[in-house]
Write a protein that binds this ligand. Structure first.
Ligand code: GRF
Length: 203
């Protein structure tokens, strides 16, 4: 059976991208494989990681296009050329527009470092820390036109202990992300559809 071809979108350090690349090269992404990396920042470490792994990269600066539609139309050309089935946003710091959403209905997922719907948008870990909550977590969800608003697929909780600092909390979140994202992607690639699950019951 042909593997489902996944494009990973990443803007920054790409640690989650690296985990997915590692799973893919070790044949541990179920029926899926990482076939393409897309970045809006050609100089990012994410792009460097993809090149190191000999994965095809499309790195385009949105500022080089007159508007979002033409930027995404160019991306879509590359996605279609590479016969991409699924898109995974792993630290892609932009809102996905209607061009890609219409081309990939319910086939774009995003990783977010909070228990959505709490703390959407930028610096979710810092937002949770500043709010003084006792737990936060990680969410993988389907992408819609909103900012971190699509249906939740999976969530995991991180408890904030007395001795935690923003740095230790950030580290805990990243460890959890690196475990949850490949698990969810593997499950999605092995199934035609997936039930959206309720958040883990909180203690
Ligand atoms: C992650 O925390 C992810 O949840 C958020 O952006 C961060 C990306 O980290 N959307 P990395 O680039 O994968 O290291």
């Amino acid at each position: 059976m042909n593997k489902k071809r996944i494009a990973i979108f990443a803007s920054g350090s790409g640690s989650n991208l690296q985990v997915l690349i590692d799973h893919s090269t070790q044949n541990r992404l179920g029926g899926g494989e990482v076939a393409l990396v897309v970045s809006d920042r050609p100089a990012s470490l994410a792009v460097e990681r993809a090149k190191r792994a000999s994965i095809l990269v499309v790195a385009l600066r949105p500022a080089d296009f007159p508007d979002k539609i033409s930027y995404e139309t160019e991306l879509l050309r590359a996605l279609e050329r590479e016969k991409i089935d699924w898109i995974v946003l792993a630290g892609y710091m932009r809102l996905v527009g209607s061009t890609l959403l219409h081309a990939y209905p319910s086939r774009i997922i995003n990783l977010h470092p909070s228990l959505l719907p709490l703390f959407p948008g930028k610096d979710a870990i810092g937002q949770a820390w500043a709010a003084g909550v006792k737990y936060t977590g990680v969410t993988v969800h389907f992408v819609d036109e909103g900012m971190d608003t699509g249906p939740v697929i999976a969530q995991e909780t991180v408890f904030i202990e007395q001795q935690d600092t923003l740095e230790t909390l950030t580290e805990k979140i990243h460890v959890l992300e690196h475990e949850l994202l490949p698990r969810v992607v593997t499950k999605l690639m092995g199934e035609d559809s997936i039930e959206t699950s309720a958040p883990e019951r909180l203690r």
